[in-house]
Design a protein around this ligand. Structure first.
Ligand code: NIG
Ligand code: FE
Length: 421
């Protein structure tokens, strides 16, 4: 990114609340999820893209000099940019036809079983040139930024061949370099078994292990590896093989687990000690205990539950009570969760999962940052961290979860520079 403001200082003053999330340098659990470390009537000083000081507005004002750009928040809320720890943001086309069919009663699984679903997006993405795919996906980077998200985890998974997976990962890299949004790349070659391998699925697993993982590692195109572990997708044995191989290449591990059925994904995550286990709509008490034992972070995705018209939300309260460092994310994708909006997720978490607004904010900032190995530089407003922050057009942070269906950010800053507003 170019940066006119890099050697200048920026002061944000006159904030009704600075929601700092300052606290221990680790993911937050139990009652800590409710502790947002709010500075009332606060402000923040930023120098060269990093946070220098957070404190009462009048103290920050004394640090202003002739080179300081002053932003008057006019009594609005200042917060870290949201960190969205589970998205599928690079794909071609939409699935509006399937959406309409589901509105008439067809189910997600029925549509997938007849070659629609993930495979229809794979067909469209394979047929799209890299440049065009980058252009289509750039549109979504704007959507994330304007809803207050400054970092996303971004999965491949709509290529399902060596060349097409690499194409998607290169697009993610390009978007990271050319937009103000930060992308943390994840290889998801095990998103679905493509039709050309249906009669010999073990060869697709071998292709992932023997060719795709080494090529992605060699090109340094992903930090994490994920597998969609589910009945009729990848079995727990296949997921174990793929994730074990990924670990040998140095990838961090994530897994789509127990989304549509209790299929052993959470137990497998615990066995492997993955960084996260995502979805968990059907995980039972034994699964929750296993995740706790292995220190795995759950990434809960209520947007997909909502958009699939289900009422089966994951057991967030039980997970918090069990001491898990819960994360919430959008699961932005063209099938099960076409929303880039963390504020929408905050609303769903409060209304359907009985998480308080404070818990939901911790789960979409500092806990999400830790789940991406970025907790040391993102997810809270503390001296030394990167200056990714948002001024929300409200006076109390709880309004973010309470008013829904609107975009709250008045101004979004990435690396200390205005990226939206
Ligand atoms: O997280 N569960 C698997 N993958 C996505 C859905 C992807 C799609 O339908 O295109 C999810 O829900
Ligand atoms: Fe997903």
């Amino acid at each position: 990114m170019s940066s006119e403001n890099k050697d200048k200082t920026l002061a944000v003053v006159n904030c009704s609340q600075v929601v700092t999330l300052a606290g221990p340098a680790r993911p937050r659990t139990g009652p800590e999820l409710r502790e947002l470390s709010i500075v009332a009537n606060g402000g923040m000083l930023v120098r060269e893209g990093r946070i220098e000081k957070v404190g009462p507005s009048d103290e920050i004002e004394t640090l202003i000099d002739a080179d300081t750009t002053v932003v008057d928040a006019r009594g609005q809320v200042l917060m870290p940019g949201f960190v969205d720890a589970h998205t599928h943001p690079v794909f071609s086309g939409t699935r509006v036809e399937e959406f309409e069919e589901r509105s008439k009663g067809a189910t997600y699984q029925e549509i997938a079983a007849r070659g629609g679903g993930i495979q229809s997006t794979v067909n469209a993405t394979r047929a799209t040139y890299e440049e065009v795919l980058a252009y289509e996906s750039w549109r979504y980077s704007e959507w994330f930024l304007r809803s207050g998200t400054t970092t996303i985890e971004a999965k491949s998974g709509y290529g399902l061949s060596l060349e097409d997976e690499l194409k998607i990962l290169r697009v993610i890299k390009r978007l990271d370099e050319s937009t103000p949004l930060r992308y943390v790349p994840t290889f998801l070659g095990a998103h679905s078994v493509p039709p050309e391998y249906h009669a010999r699925r073990e060869q697709y697993v071998s292709l992932i292990i023997d060719e795709m993982l080494p090529a992605v590692a060699q090109a340094k195109l992903a930090e994490f590896c994920d597998v969609f572990c589910e009945d009729k997708v990848f079995t727990t044995d296949e997921a174990w093989e793929i994730l074990s191989a990924a670990r040998c290449h140095g990838f961090g591990l994530r897994i789509h687990a127990d989304q549509l059925s209790l299929s052993g994904g959470a137990q497998l995550a615990a066995e492997l000690g993955t960084v996260t286990a995502d979805h968990l709509e059907h995980t039972d008490a034994a699964g929750i205990a296993a995740l706790k034992q292995a220190n795995v972070q759950p990434v809960l995705l209520p947007g997909s539950v909502y958009a699939l018209g289900s009422a089966h939300y994951p057991a967030a309260r039980e997970m918090i009570d069990a001491g898990l460092a819960v994360v919430l994310a959008t699961d932005f994708n063209p099938g099960s969760s076409p929303t880039p909006s963390i504020p929408m997720i905050l609303s769903l978490a409060a209304t359907h999962m009985k998480m308080t607004p404070a818990e939901a904010i911790t789960a979409t900032t500092i806990n999400a940052a830790y789940s991406l190995n970025r907790g040391h530089e993102l997810g809270s407003l503390e001296a030394g961290k990167l200056a990714d922050f948002v001024i929300h057009a409200c006076h109390d942070y709880r309004e973010l979860a309470y008013f829904f269906g609107i975009e709250h950010p008045a101004a979004v800053y990435s690396r200390g520079e205005l990226s939206h507003g």
